[in-house]
Design a protein around this ligand. Structure first.
Ligand code: GLU
Length: 420
């Protein structure tokens, strides 16, 4: 989803966010420097045989940002615009995200520069397996546990699990999460990011005095997170979904869309665009639609100082990672919008990843109702923790979530001490 801000370096944004919090909690120089540096970065260049018999060299990364609180955790994305700085930022955000929901992980992220939409299934499988083999040096159930992210899915995780297991000589289901259920995946993982987002919207709406029932919602990015959030807000909370988009464009319908039907249309045609009875709008227009709740669920750098003044939503729930630039945060805060920051609003995914990993290690699996109940509990508690810090420190929710998360990481660093 390229736009005029796609040149903003997300790692610069990530470091700016750390600095804002460091001032709030009077963080000392040395520890602050630790927080602003990734612990370990691996870059790999590897050949992949294409269907026509030729081979191409691809570049991939795996960054383990901070492991003070446990093994590192975070997804792998396949996208033409992946860069090392983007992966660093995403790995930092995973560190804070795991700390906000208080699960025993550090943060990591991986990415491969490729255009998965133009590759065959065979090419994607070979690329995934070779990348998995290249990063197998530093992943493992007790080291670093990948999961799906942009344009990767449960099949990608199945290939990684198999590749890693073939090298080990036995099955290692706990090496990745977001796997298909027959391979040790968890019930509810596929929906977890969208479900977690809909839970925090429900909780925040109570504090903001907004009724979700009948509220108008716009969702930018009708993918894994956005489409589920839209469906659950519609099915379980009675919200009206008026605008949605994907990488090809957006659609608008003033009296509401049925997200189930939109999903079917997307399955059939590859996009939400052209859904009968809707007006075509751009991705940028989705953000500025006249709605009560906005869910940015696509890529980074979407809400900027330029479009933030035009955002009408009273609640902005970040299902995507890093959709809002720091200067836009201030504008939204001044407009009294409730921003539910990414490290809280999309943490449902990694929370159920944690449940999946715990189930794999025990070899004991939980029914869907139990997964969803536990997820609800974690999200309700995490939202309440963030809200409490926001009120106490008189800051907006993003800074509050960062204060909570960074304090937890700093506590772990201090308790462990600096080696040697
Ligand atoms: N890629 C997801 C995220 O950004 C999930 C990560 C995970 O489950 O480890 O939170």
């Amino acid at each position: 989803m390229p736009n005029e801000t796609s040149t903003v370096n997300p790692f610069e944004t990530a470091k700016q966010q750390i600095d804002i919090v460091a001032k709030q909690i009077h963080l000392d120089g040395g520890v602050l420097e630790v927080l602003k540096h990734p612990k370990r970065e691996l870059t790999v260049h590897f050949p992949v045989r294409m269907d026509d018999g030729s081979f191409r060299v691809y570049t991939g990364y795996r960054v383990q940002y901070n492991m003070a609180r446990g093994p590192t955790k975070g997804g792998i994305r396949f996208h033409p615009q992946v860069s090392l700085d983007e992966v660093r930022a995403l790995a930092a955000w995973m560190t804070w995200k795991c700390a906000v929901v208080n699960i025993p992980y550090g943060g990591a992220k991986g990415g491969v520069i490729c255009d998965p939409k133009s590759m065959s299934r065979g090419e994607l499988e070979r690329l995934t397996r070779r990348y998995a083999s290249e990063i197998s040096l530093i992943i493992g159930p007790e080291i670093d546990i990948p999961a799906p992210d942009v344009y990767t899915d449960s099949q990608t995780m199945a290939w990684i699990m198999d590749t890693y297991s073939m090298q080990a000589g036995y099955s290692v289901p706990g090496v990745v999460t977001g796997k298909p259920i027959p391979l040790g995946g968890s019930e509810g993982r596929g929906e977890a990011t969208g479900r977690g987002c809909s839970i925090v919207i429900r909780e925040a709406a109570k504090d903001a005095g907004i009724r979700v029932k009948g509220a108008k919602v716009a969702v930018q990015g009708f993918g894994n997170a956005g489409s589920v959030a839209a469906r659950l807000l519609y099915d379980e909370q009675g919200a009206q979904i008026v605008a949605v988009s994907d990488s090809k464009g957006g659609i608008f319908k003033a009296d509401g869309l049925n997200p189930h039907a939109v999903e079917e249309h997307k399955q059939k045609t590859g996009s939400v665009v052209g859904f009968p009875g809707t007006k075509a709008i751009s991705n940028a227009e989705v953000l500025e639609a006249k709605v009560d709740i906005l869910v940015p669920a696509a890529l980074e750098n979407q809400i900027t100082a330029k479009n933030a003044p035009k955002i009408e939503a009273k609640v902005v729930a970040e299902a995507a990672n890093g959709p809002t630039l720091p200067e836009a945060d201030t504008i939204l805060f001044e407009k009294k919008a409730t921003v539910l920051p990414d490290i809280l609003a999309n943490a449902g995914g990694v929370t159920v990843s944690y449940f999946e990993w715990a189930q794999d290690i025990q070899g004991f699996f939980w029914p869907l109702a139990e997964v969803n109940q536990r997820l609800d509990r974690v999200m309700v508690q995490s939202y309440a923790d963030v809200h409490k810090v926001a009120v106490e420190h008189k800051v907006h929710n993003r800074t509050a979530a960062y204060i909570l998360a960074i304090q937890r990481v700093v506590d772990a660093i201090r308790l462990r001490g600096i080696y040697p």
